[in-house]
Write a protein that binds this ligand. Sequence first.
Ligand code: FAD
Ligand code: GLY
Length: 375
Amino acid sequence: MADVPSYPDVIIVGGGIIGLSAAWRLLQDGAEVVVLDPAPGTGASHAAAGMLAPIHEAYWGESHILELNLAASQAWPAFADSLGADAVDYRRDGMLMAAYDADDKALLDNLGDLHEQEGLPVERLRSRECRAREPLLAPGVRGGVYSPLDHQVNPRRVVAELLNRVPTIPVSATEVSRNQVVASDGHTVTGQQVVVAAGAWSGRLLGVPIRPIKGQILRLSGPEGLLQLPVRGVVRGSSVYAVPRSDGEIVVGATQEEQGFDTRVTAGGVYELLRDVLTLLPGLSEIDLVETWAGLRPGAPDNAPIIGTGRDGIVYATGHYRNGILTAPITAIAIAALVQGHEPPMDLSRFSPDRFRDDPTDDALRPEHLSGVTA
Ligand code: FAD
Ligand code: GLY
């Protein structure tokens, strides 16, 4: 195998945004790192919209995820600067969540109660105030929530910048242990420490219940500034979002489907996204539809990421589900700390790889998680 250092400090399996960000952090700290991936940057990170939205991705019963997401948001400015904030189109305009009809407004009010309980800085807006912030919204919109803390970035540009900085080897891992990876070409790579960041495929390498959650997503292209703010809508009970980029691209997402490792784009998926986004933002109907895509979010049964050292000695960085772009920088800091034996930036106990077992000294997963291990 060409170009593999003889005994790197860290071997990272998986070159999506999580593995590459961890590698970049470790390289900045002076470690020798190599990332193994047959197709770096082509997984969920290529599909993602790039919302950095701790508030609009907050759900009841997930305070520990909210805490991680808020810490992640704070880590973003330095991370964006390290790659070039303009190069990755990092924007801090805030985000608007809008309700289309009265039932949607009730859903949003319920989330507003969560925001209040958690002390999150949001502004509840009436219909007219929503349209003053984002004139493209349909006149019928019932109300909304503006969150100045929710930001955005172009994930494809982030991955491209990371790939300019991080050495990758185009092989896939077939077996992993604490300090060794067997690659698909038969070679074994040995180093100090192995980190697995293989996204939705992590369950194939590790005994953790990570499953793929499919998201279909569209890219439209129009005049720059047509849509001013990222908008998340609830439209007759379904969720849709539109995220504008500085170059006029608008990303519209996303479905959420349990379909295994299927990445087909379907007529029904595209129809639902266009139906909902054009109901919410009718002014988008005349611009170009330039791409349809589908990616696989890596999801754990409790929706929380897996970040930590397992009882097998492997460092896990997976399960980032809907928020892997947001949480990449804080995950990278945590992984670097774990690898280097420093104190992680926050309490990681709720994200432990061994939380799916009754007995952390035993390999057996709890029975309810067995079907979640991807074969
Ligand atoms: P991936 O990007 O999937 O990367 C995993 C990598 O592992 C791949 O490159 C793959 O080739 C490699 N790999 C797999 N198996 C092996 C192996 N055996 N050996 C070596 N390499 C291997 N998050 C947000 O924060 N904001 C958003 O707006 C957002 N929008 C999204 C929209 C959609 C439609 C989807 C699908 C996801 C979205 N997400 C969003 C979630 C986010 O994309 C993911 O959480 C994140 O990309 C996960 O990154 P990852 O590096 O773990 O996985
Ligand atoms: N966070 C947006 C998505 O996963 O679709």
